[in-house]
Design a binder for this molecule. Structure first.
Ligand code: NI
Ligand code: MN
Length: 224
């Protein structure tokens, strides 16, 4: 059994035989459902360098010894600024870390420290204990999402941004569901701040019977 807990914004905790955090932005996150010091992790996956995604990754890695998986350039940037942490720098493609299959996949978005570009944005397809989870990161919809289903499907759970302004909104995310054909979908990256206000019920309606949409409040979880 794999348990997926929504920590608010784009942050998720995935717990099975290993503990994985994705984009653990908690400090300064108005929607945060946990404090960084409450979390344990073996691996921390980062989708891009924006502050609302790197978040507390370094602090959690220092305390727990978790390895940070990120795009090569972002991994180098983190190590240079935080000597002593362990990072695994990769790029779009598959790898395996501690028995977990991880595919870093494209995302249409920028990646920077707010000023200077650092690497590219990505999403991840993770297979933990036989369960396949896709975290899209921040992205617009793209037709190659079909490939993710062809290559790695069936995807058990897709975590998709719906907040608009910086990413897909409900309409684009519903199209993403059509392309990805996941079993279940959890919307994310909305209502954290006013510019990304969105109605998850509208998204659910647009998806219809194409997938099971599960709306999690920060702190809520589901089991796969
Ligand atoms: Ni971003
Ligand atoms: Mn973001």
């Amino acid at each position: 059994m794999v348990k997926v807990r929504f920590l608010g914004h784009a942050a998720f905790e995935i717990v099975g035989s290993k503990r994985i955090l994705i984009d653990p932005f908690l400090t300064g996150n108005p929607a945060a459902a946990a404090k960084p010091e409450e979390l344990e992790a073996d691996l921390i996956l980062i989708t891009h360098a924006h502050g609302d995604h790197i978040g507390d990754a370094v602090g959690i890695a220092k305390r727990t010894g978790a390895k940070i998986v990120a795009m090569y350039d972002i991994a180098n940037y983190l190590v240079e600024n935080n000597p002593g942490i362990t990072t695994i720098g990769m790029n779009y493609g598959p790898t395996e870390v501690d028995g977990i299959k991880i595919v870093q996949v494209p995302a249409w978005h920028s990646s920077s420290d707010g000023k200077y570009s650092i690497g590219n944005a990505c999403g991840y397809v993770i297979e933990l204990d036989g369960v396949k989870i896709y975290h899209a990161g921040d992205t617009f919809v793209f037709k190659d999402m079909e490939l993710l289903n062809e290559l790695y499907g069936p995807i058990d759970l897709a975590l998709l941004p719906i907040g608009g302004h910086f990413t897909m909104g409900p309409k684009e995310a519903a199209k993403a569901v059509e392309l990805l054909k996941p079993r279940k979908v959890v919307p994310m990256h909305y209502n954290t701040w006013p510019p990304i206000a969105a109605d998850p019920e509208e998204f659910k309606k647009l998806v219809g019977d194409k997938a099971e949409v599960i709306i999690l409040k920060p702190g809520e979880s589901l089991e796969l």
